[in-house]
Design a protein around this ligand. Structure first.
Ligand SMILES: CC(C)(COP(=O)(O)OP(=O)(O)OC[C@H]1O[C@@H](n2cnc3c(N)ncnc32)[C@H](O)[C@@H]1OP(=O)(O)O)[C@@H](O)C(=O)NCCC(=O)NCCS
Length: 151
């Protein structure tokens, strides 16, 4: 498995992997290709270096860590994990963990003090996953739970 920076021409893979990764979580994800494409472009524009892809011969997972994000809560720049997903058939072999660790390292290297993310309230798997890395629940906004970790 290799992790590299995302390029503009990864957009087709991003859309395919995203749709399959979120197939069982439609309430927390975009469903239309056009929306997912815009989201990809938005992520690239936010922080290109923090947008990474894991490949096992082909792209199987993505993470997007935005170090230009200012938290609504603390008014400081944080490492905002906007996105993390892995293809279902490639889960439980450490790919999600490797992507998250890369994202946290990147935020640390950019001197961010806090990593933040928002996870769907019913997305129990993801919440358990993040807690293993030291993320703690710190607030709710609608159906989203805020989680943070001090870096
Ligand atoms: C959350 C998500 C990214 C995790 O990805 P993943 O690649 O399965 O993550 P990992 O394999 O690193 O860790 C998952 C489990 O595998 C275990 N694991 C880690 N490395 C392993 C290895 N080398 N071999 C076997 N198991 C391993 C972990 O301990 C963990 O165990 P758990 O079942 O007790 O949680 C993935 O489930 C996903 O894409 N979910 C849908 C999208 C989503 O909800 N994203 C988060 C939005 S906020």
């Amino acid at each position: 498995m290799e992790i590299r920076r995302v390029r503009r021409d990864d957009v087709k893979w991003f859309i395919e992997v995203y749709q399959r990764a979120y197939a069982n979580l439609p309430e927390y994800a975009y469903t239309r290709r056009r929306e997912i494409r815009s989201y990809f472009n938005w992520l690239l524009g936010r922080d290109q270096e923090g947008f990474m892809v894991a490949e096992v011969g082909k792209p199987v997972g993505f993470v997007a860590c935005d170090t230009n994000w200012i938290s609504y809560y603390s008014d400081e720049k944080v490492g905002e994990i906007h996105e993390l997903f892995v293809l279902p058939e490639f889960r439980n072999r450490g790919i999600g963990s490797s992507l998250l660790l890369k994202a946290l390292d990147y935020a640390r290297n950019r001197n961010r003090r806090v990593a933040e993310l928002w996870v769907g309230e019913k997305n129990e798997n993801a919440k358990i996953f993040y807690k293993k890395f030291g993320f703690k629940e710190e607030g709710v906004w609608g159906k989203w739970v805020r989680m943070i970790k001090y870096l």
